[in-house]
Design a binder for this molecule. Structure first.
Ligand code: SF4
Length: 90
């Protein structure tokens, strides 16, 4: 899977979750998020996984050890960092 863009997805072959049921990474509650994030902790491709989700605006699931809420926060911080100083000055 490459999400229809030109991002490198070879990292997916090295993922710790390659043989895990996909629904583990699309939890329906906080405890499920904790379980998924714990699996990500030992994954060697956390960074490209997170970046893939961020670049592709993947809204659901745990990617790169980050929950949906964490990814929204990262995207917001990136947007703010890109704004010119005049746009953020009060
Ligand atoms: S960081 Fe987590 S979701 Fe991403 S490939 Fe690794 S185990 Fe899977």
């Amino acid at each position: 899977m490459n999400g229809g863009n030109n991002m490198d997805t070879t990292w997916m072959k090295q993922s710790t979750c390659a043989n895990s049921p996909a629904d583990v990474f699309f939890p329906s509650d906080g405890m499920g998020v904790i379980v998924a994030k714990a699996i990500c902790t030992n994954c060697p491709v956390t960074e490209p996984c997170l970046e893939y989700a961020l670049q592709n605006r993947v809204e659901h699931g745990v990617w790169g050890g980050c929950s949906e809420r964490q990814r929204r926060r990262i995207l917001k911080e990136r947007r703010q960092a890109r704004q010119p100083l005049s746009a953020t000055a009060a």
